[in-house]
Design a protein around this ligand. Structure first.
Ligand SMILES: [Zn+2]
Length: 289
């Protein structure tokens, strides 16, 4: 295991951060626009979000770089700005931590499907390599491959991330099947743990897709399937749509209670995904200490 990850988990459970997109929307980001563009146009507002998570007790924060790969940015005509957007994302998060927390840089999916031939594995891997290199050059402490639905895409991203020499976290979305225990492509927690361990991920996990109560079964199964540390970021319950915006029903207290259960079941890193805000992270942090 990577020495940094070993050191972190030896000291006990680690609190990560919550959602960024909703926080940026609260600061004026238009629904449907690319949050990553704000690293260049509104770095001060991205910094505010990062600082809010540090103030809430995050020991690790991510970066506003989730969609900053060439294939996604091309949709916004920004494919030539991959390097800049990722480097600024890492700089902003580092500035917010002021040395009090680590910066794990976010790498999300390309939005393209391997299985329908709209992208080749080589194109996908080179897009992830370009992003991973920019994040590493800017000083990220680790890379987080997240919100993946296709194991084949996740494996390419892990392989690209590993080429930087940084620790790599890899997590999938379990939101499908009658028990919501499969990825969109049908992979189980056991299959994803085996594949991501074989791909060389240092930390394995799940994020997004469902509320935190559904993460209990997934946590148990991942824990039984791998000896790697486990990273979990659940949503704030189930969303209902109000005026085109998703409103989530969990309270910070509910969320923190469940997060403590996940730690008892063997999770090493806990935080939140869609709908979670700094007050969720504050509640988790207080509960764990
Ligand atoms: Zn999410």
């Amino acid at each position: 295991m990577h020495a940094l990850i070993q050191q972190l988990i030896e000291r006990g459970p680690v609190v990560t951060d919550g959602a960024w997109g909703t926080e940026l929307q609260a600061r004026g980001l238009a629904l449907g626009s690319f949050p990553e563009a704000w690293n260049l146009s509104h770095p001060d507002r991205v910094l505010e979000v990062a600082k809010a998570y540090i103030a809430a007790g995050s020991q690790i924060i991510l970066t506003n770089t989730f969609s900053a790969n060439r294939l996604r940015l091309a949709e916004a005509g920004m494919a030539d700005r991959v390097g800049e957007i990722n480097r600024e994302g890492v700089k902003i998060s580092h500035k917010a931590t002021a040395g009090r927390a680590l910066v794990f840089a976010s790498m999300g999916p390309t939005g393209k499907l391997l299985m329908d031939g709209s992208v080749t594995p080589e194109e996908m891997k080179s897009a992830f390599e370009e992003q991973a290199r920019a994040l590493a050059d800017a000083g990220a402490d680790a890379l987080v491959v997240e919100t993946m639905s296709d194991l084949a895409e996740a494996e390419l991203a892990v392989s690209a991330a590993r080429s930087t020499g940084l620790p790599v976290v890899a997590c999938m979305v379990f939101d499908s099947g009658k028990d919501k225990d499969r990825t969109m492509m049908g992979a189980t927690p056991e299959q994803t743990a085996a594949a991501l361990t074989a791909a060389g991920a240092d930390v394995i996990g799940a994020n997004c897709g469902q509320g935190i109560a559904g993460f209990v079964a997934i946590c148990k199964r991942l824990r039984a399937a791998t000896d790697r540390p486990i990273w979990l970021k659940a949503n704030a319950g189930l969303p209902t749509l109000v005026d085109g915006r998703a409103i989530y029903n969990a309270t910070p207290e509910d969320f923190a209670r469940c997060a403590a259960d996940l730690i008892k079941l063997g999770a090493n890193f806990v935080g939140g995904c869609c709908g979670t805000r700094p007050d969720f992270i504050r509640a988790v942090s207080q509960r764990i200490q």
